[in-house]
Design a protein around this ligand. Sequence first.
Ligand code: PEP
Ligand code: MG
Length: 556
Amino acid sequence: MAELRGVGIGLGVAQGPVARMAEPLPAPSDAPSERTADDETTRVREAVSAVARELEQRGALAGGAAQDVLEAQAMMAEDPSLETEIDARLAQGKTAEWAVHDAFASFRDTLTAMGGYLGERAADLDDVAQRVIARLRGVPAPGVPDPGHPFILVAKDLAPADTALLDLDKVLALITTEGGPTSHTAILAREKSIVALVGVVDAKGLRDGETVIVDAASGVVTTEPTAEELERAQTRAQARASAASAPITDGALADGTDVPLLANLGNPDGAADAVALGAQGVGLFRTEFLFLSSSQAPTIEQQRVSYEKLLGAFPGKKVVVRVLDAGADKPLPFLNDAHEENPALGLRGLRALRASEDILREQLTALAEADAATRANGGGADLWVMAPMVSTVEETAYFVALARDYGIKTAGVMVEVPSSALLADRVLKHADFASIGTNDLTQYTLAADRLLGSVASFQDPWHPAVLRLVREVGAAGQAHGKPVGICGEAAADPLLAVVLVGLGATSLSMAPTALADVRASLLEYSLDDARRIAEAALAADDATSARDAARAAAAR
Ligand code: PEP
Ligand code: MG
């Protein structure tokens, strides 16, 4: 038995035989073409257009987020600047295959250098190039294998065209050797609730047909599992299935302590699904997701429309909106223009907004207007607004005062930087609430880039250092009588959710697909249990032993 580590997406567990994705096509040679440049141009145009149409057709079949992604890929294929690059190479007498390969590669390098969200689109571009070259060669495009039985798919990084049409009756789980938690593999796996692990560097050695267990909750692939391990995984998979079909109730512990369960959303279009899955409101609305592809700041009007839609979907319920969190993994061209060596430590979050205060003021105006408009229609929500990446008491006071100037009644801050957690008692003198972003809090506490597969093992919110910081904020919340929510991925881990409540969290917000698991887990423990399990985790030396100690305490 061996364990391979990666970043788990969601909480599922699956077992089965491995089937590997075909290797990419060999790179074309750059020998001169034997055809005329005109002939090569005609071949390229035909191939590019056929690939674009095929991607659109796949998108139309798949629908939902997959359709948007595939249509974006079809547009990439026919991007005029790529066409210019290809033509320049054909004019030098190169073959169509080589011209496509080389032009796409230069675009890929540019995207990769941009890093973050755009960097992770590089895989999409590679996939388009492979499809065009396969078409030119008259061979099938590399894609998902079909071994004739259900399988665990192992790939370098899946392209949207592949994930969109995965046959979910056949694919038991996904493992990728590359890609981070914001890659398309991860996004689509979340949307379709596919068990997935990304960035599993050592999965390169897995062989076709060997049986493995994929545990997304702990981020581990177990090779050569024992019969006992297989049985345990099977029991967990069944428990998840029954949690998913259990009645939807408000979040609560076994002793009746309320723990509201809220949704993390990046677009108001996700509201209906969240409500159907039992979200009691929104704990984190990531406004920057609406504008990732905009080169200019959104207008007040554009924003108001989106916010009204969001607030209107949750009448009478709490909706926590985060002002734009630009920078690092989520660069917004209109807020982050300067190149920074370490963007995660740079002018991001509230720092970037403060440097472009007009944009922040406009966003607060749009939020206040949307709030007023939905209330006037009788369908308003309880709007809370918070700032990301707040690292000082002064920043807290600044943001809360500014939000109040715009009539925002409940203004708070995200605790994502250790300094804010350590001074939470003073931060909460000013803020109406705190919401702990465990993704960034873990990144900054362990000094491990959350997007980097090679340091993924450090990015574990079970680390007792992170738990201590959460305890600090929980205690400050209790002392001030102010709410402390959790809105990072940690809240979606069923046992860690119990620990977080034991440390003083008063609500939990997560991807809506995780709500059922967390709801079922909370119902198993009283507040005293949660505190006892949290103490056990806090006493550990590292993340793995904290998880083990919590499991042992939970079993008592
Ligand atoms: C976090 O950092 O935990 C968080 C919720 O914010 P984001 O993941 O959007 O950075
Ligand atoms: Mg964050």
